[in-house]
Design a protein around this ligand. Structure first.
Ligand SMILES: [Zn+2]
Length: 65
């Protein structure tokens, strides 16, 4: 069983705090999920920190990677 990590992020559009469940295996990936509050597409970008903890950052759809 893969442990899931719960993180809180704030929506880049409306600023609302959203809880997301992260999976270690998703490190290095990007995915898009609609905000539960304003329904706009948020890009989540997942990376692994030095201590092996999963870090998540959010971008709006106009952000360039
Ligand atoms: Zn929002």
């Amino acid at each position: 069983m893969t442990p899931m990590q719960q993180e809180k992020v704030s929506c880049p559009y409306c600023g609302e705090i959203i809880e997301v469940l992260l999976n270690d295996e998703e490190a290095g990936q990007h995915y898009i999920e609609d905000c539960q509050v304003c329904c706009r597409p948020i890009t989540f970008s997942l990376s692994l920190g030095f201590d092996g903890q999963l870090l998540v950052s959010v971008h709006d759809e106009n952000d360039a990677f």
